[in-house]
Ligand binder design. Structure first.
Ligand code: UD1
Ligand code: MG
Length: 481
């Protein structure tokens, strides 16, 4: 179909009701900004061009839009004179578009590409000058109302502030998403006036202008009106966030993911889950997290930008930019910081923090440890309570542990240091220099037993009594005559 499509996204408004230094469309739900969701929906249409109208905080909004859609055209609206003025600025920025111009607002994060596609197709098929994506809502307060004549034809959109009582009772509203024949739009935009209750140039007045010119106008009602809902304050944003999440979680369940408690499971829009993944209660899967088949995640786990392999288990864990190999075990109470890579069938256990650490296939860090800036070889076991001392107070250094090594409990590896393949260390060892392959390294002092010390120094305590009843004697006390 050789119909050129231009999409205009309106994102110049400030959103004062957010009470925020961050502009409205830059607030996020589901791991994307509001305008990010709208741009994703719009991109599904594969338009010839996307024009974003920016105004308030354009130093932040502009670059954000360019990051998401590098070839988007940014049109700057210096003064917020209304939606009609915003579209005029957008059209001026692209010259003379032909075909269809679709206008959407930047603050409707539940909008889906499929709905836009159906709307645009209906607009073209009907050959209208103006199409309105409308919706019937329980409470139309604040919206422009779609006014229909006796024959049911759309006659106008009347804004709340300009509406008569009778018009205010209409429950069919303008979602703010409109499609125009580009030639009509270019010709009619300069004829808009701001002679209305808000003193703004209303884009919606184009409906009346088209009618007056005898052109065809119509509304396409969307059943799923939530897709066109905007958020004006943070309470509404949270509501939309919950609804978006409900939709995402439902979609994944339909795609073969088990979710034990959808109400406490949060999944960002860009997360990818395989069939037969199981998600247990209290789990947040954020950013670009990817979970492979048969993996079980949760309960009470947050993973941001993580990759979890087939059949792995991640229990009560906080992870960011970490990779967990197939069949590996993580948690409970593990903290995977950026750059963690756990190999297949490996283990990161309870109260273990890792950062910038590669832990090889089958290698285990089971208990109470910190592993940072380190590489641990295949099949190696790190003893309980091991600290990799990667930071000397000035700079970070690397630690390397070879394959199939067995290090003792309560070790400290003072980086930079290398422990060879198959090496062993004793309990309490502080490794300060390299350990050769196959060596046993011990550094804690020999054990000394000061017999009778408790009887002498803790006389009269339950401790001393217990020792005495076990037959302990104080060798320093002269034997009784
Ligand atoms: C608008 C519609 C109304 C519709 C409602 C849906 C008009 C006149 N009214 O009303 O029929 O029911 O949206 O939510 O179009 N914007 C700019 N520049 C401006 C003014 C607005 O970029 O000069 C942007 C805003 O940032 C926002 C969008 O356009 O994203 C809509 O503007 P807003 O002021 O919220 O219009 P409403 O009064 O809600
Ligand atoms: Mg609005």
């Amino acid at each position: 179909m050789a119909n050129e499509l231009t999409v205009v996204v309106l994102a110049a408004g400030g959103g004062t009701r957010m009470k925020s230094k961050t502009m409205k469309v830059l607030h996020s739900i589901g791991g994307r900004t509001m305008v990010g969701h709208v741009l994703a929906a719009v991109q599904a249409l594969e338009p010839e061009r996307i024009v974003a109208v920016v105004g308030h905080q354009r130093e932040q909004v502009g670059p954000h839009i360019h990051e998401l859609v590098p070839d988007a055209v940014l049109a700057v609206q210096e003064e917020l004179l209304g939606t009609g003025d915003a579209v005029r600025v957008a059209i001026a920025a692209v010259g003379e578009p032909t075909g269809t111009v679709l206008v959407a607002a930047g603050d409707t994060p539940l909008l889906e590409g499929e709905s836009l596609r159906a709307f645009a197709a209906d607009h073209l098929a009907a050959g209208r000058a103006v199409s309105i994506l409308s919706g019937v809502v329980p409470d139309p307060t604040g919206y422009g109302r779609v006014v229909r004549g006796p024959d049911g034809d759309v006659e106008a959109i009347v804004e709340e502030k300009d509406a008569t009582d009778e018009q205010r009772a209409i429950d069919e509203i303008n979602s703010g998403i409109l499609a125009f024949d580009a030639a009509f739009l270019r010709e009619a935009l300069p004829r808009l006036t701001n002679d209305n209750a808000k003193g703004e140039y209303y884009l919606t007045d184009l409906v009346g202008l088209a009618r007056d010119a005898g052109l065809s106008v119509g509304a396409f009602a969307i059943d799923d009106v939530a897709q066109t809902e905007g958020a004006n304050d943070r309470a509404q944003l949270a509501e939309l966030g919950r609804e978006l999440n409900r939709r995402i979680v439902t979609r994944w369940m339909r795609a073969g993911v088990s979710v034990m408690d959808p109400a406490t499971t949060w999944i960002d829009a860009d997360v990818v889950l395989a069939e037969d993944v199981t998600i247990l209660p209290g789990t947040q899967l954020l950013g670009a997290t990817v979970i492979a088949e048969d993996a079980v995640v949760g309960p009470d786990t947050t993973l941001k930008d993580c990759e979890v392999g087939t059949g792995a288990r991640v229990v009560r864990t906080h992870g960011e930019l970490a990779v967990v190999g197939a069949g590996a075990n993580v948690g409970p109470w593990s903290y995977l910081r950026p750059g963690t890579e756990l190999g297949a069938d490996g283990k990161i256990g309870a109260f273990v923090e890792t950062k910038n650490a590669s832990i090889g296939p089958g290698a285990k860090v089971p208990h109470l440890s910190y592993v940072g800036d380190a590489e641990i070889g295949e099949g190696t076991n790190i003893g309980a309570g091991t600290i990799v001392a990667n930071y000397d107070g000035v700079a970070k250094h690397r630690t390397t542990v070879g394959r199939h090594a067995r290090t003792g409990s309560n070790n400290t590896f003072v980086a930079p240091v290398t422990i060879g393949d198959g090496a062993a260390t004793g309990a309490g060892t502080v490794v300060r220099h390299d350990v050769p392959a196959g060596a046993l390294t011990v550094s804690s002092g020999p054990q000394r037993d000061l017999e009778g010390w408790v009887l002498r120094r803790r006389a009269g305590t339950t401790q001393a009594a217990a020792a005495e009843s076990a037959g302990a004697e104080d060798p320093q006390r002269p034997a009784e005559a």
